[in-house]
Design a protein around this ligand. Structure first.
Ligand code: BMA
Length: 356
């Protein structure tokens, strides 16, 4: 509905405006359940969670914090999988519906551009992002401490290791799904050598996925919500919307009984994504159900992958639960952006381009 006020300005009623996803294409087979009628929250869980339970195949203990992407009308997964060694490596999986998975029982092997085998010493929290015709996998691996590893593939059979983008120590790296101003743009979370009692989200740019620079501060931890008081980190690849880049991010709260990982979302400027336009002061999902509150590490909801359907605005998010199993939850671009705006809280630095 559209009307005009006494000054002749056009007014839109709430029903009229619907935020839209503007790239990524349609995904009619996106995993989906409608929002429960009694829910006031912007994100709702898949009722059959977890989608990947404990001990998913012989010898494999836990799969969580993992990436899922559309592939040839079905879905491909790049999983953080921990065998009975309890040490993370990347494994592949396939699914017709994004819910039921078959796994390859041999971990992903990689080589340098000259063909020399070059496997990660360990690898966790993978994100997979398609830019142009190439899929990039980013993970946290060892480089004299925790740092970001990157590999590329076009077929999920052959994986070429690229140069490590950043100095140690760093985690939670994820590319934007297209170049901006002709450059690759990657979010990351620099830290120290320990289990990082601090952390903000930064952005770096590259003409070629090899040389990275033009670093910018995007978002700092904190705000009025204690749920993100200790540190924050980017989740899935930012989603392009008509309001800017929709970024789901996790936040960590320090309690007397350990860390609690929740998540929420922000909107970044379309052309200069180090500028935060809106940021949600409240969490959208926090550990509540037993598979989120109890596991190898209790109280962890850790989002790393999002499937989107441009036609309907649906978003399916995969999140690691308690460092033990994989959960699925849902929202729409409109629900999320509405919630962000209703709970908007920006710091002075959020609005800044983040160049010091
Ligand atoms: C973070 C990462 C995640 C993990 C989380 C909770 O620092 O290591 O992989 O889910 O801690 O243990």
């Amino acid at each position: 509905m559209r009307s005009r006020n006494e000054f002749g300005m056009t007014l839109f009623s709430k029903e009229h405006y619907m935020a839209k996803i503007i790239s990524g294409g349609n995904l009619p087979n996106i995993p989906w359940q409608d929002k429960p009628k009694d829910s006031w929250q912007p994100i709702w869980r898949y009722t059959e969670n977890p989608v990947i339970d404990r001990n998913p195949f012989p010898g494999m203990g836990r799969i969580f914090n993992s990436a899922v992407i559309p592939w040839e009308g079905k879905f491909k997964g790049v999983f953080r999988a921990e065998s009975t060694l309890a040490r993370p490596f990347l494994y592949l999986g396939d699914s017709d519906d994004g819910i039921h998975w078959t796994f390859q029982t041999e971990r992903i092997h990689m080589h340098d551009p000259d063909g020399t085998p070059h496997d990660p010493y360990y690898a966790y929290d993978p994100r997979v992002v398609k830019v142009d015709d190439t899929y990039y996998i980013m993970w946290c691996g060892d480089f004299d401490g925790a740092a970001i590893g990157v590999a590329s593939t076009k077929d999920f059979k052959d994986f070429t290791r690229l140069e490590n983008p950043f100095l140690p120590f760093n985690r939670n790296a994820v590319l934007f799904p297209r170049k901006i101003d002709n450059k690759f743009v990657m979010l990351s979370r620099p830290s120290d050598s320990g289990h990082t009692p601090f952390g903000d989200i930064l952005l770096s740019q590259s003409p070629d996925m090899k040389y990275w620079g033009e670093h910018r501060l995007v978002m700092q931890k904190g705000g009025s919500g204690w749920w993100e008081g200790l540190k924050i980190g980017a989740g899935p690849a930012p989603i392009e919307t008509d309001e800017g880049w929709l970024l789901f991010f996790h936040g960590v709260c320090q309690t007397c009984n350990g860390y609690v990982y929740s998540f929420s979302a922000a909107l970044l400027d379309k052309d200069k994504p180090s500028i935060v336009k809106y940021r949600c002061s409240d969490y959208m999902l926090t550990p509540e159900l037993p598979y989120e509150t109890t596991g190898f590490v209790d109280n962890v909801c850790f989002p790393v992958a999002a499937l989107t359907d441009q036609a309907t605005g649906r978003i399916a998010l995969y999140y690691g639960c308690a460092d033990t199993v994989t959960g699925l939850c849902f929202t729409t671009v409109d629900e999320t952006i509405k919630f962000i705006k209703e709970h908007n809280e920006l710091s002075a630095l959020d609005k800044d381009e983040g160049r010091f």
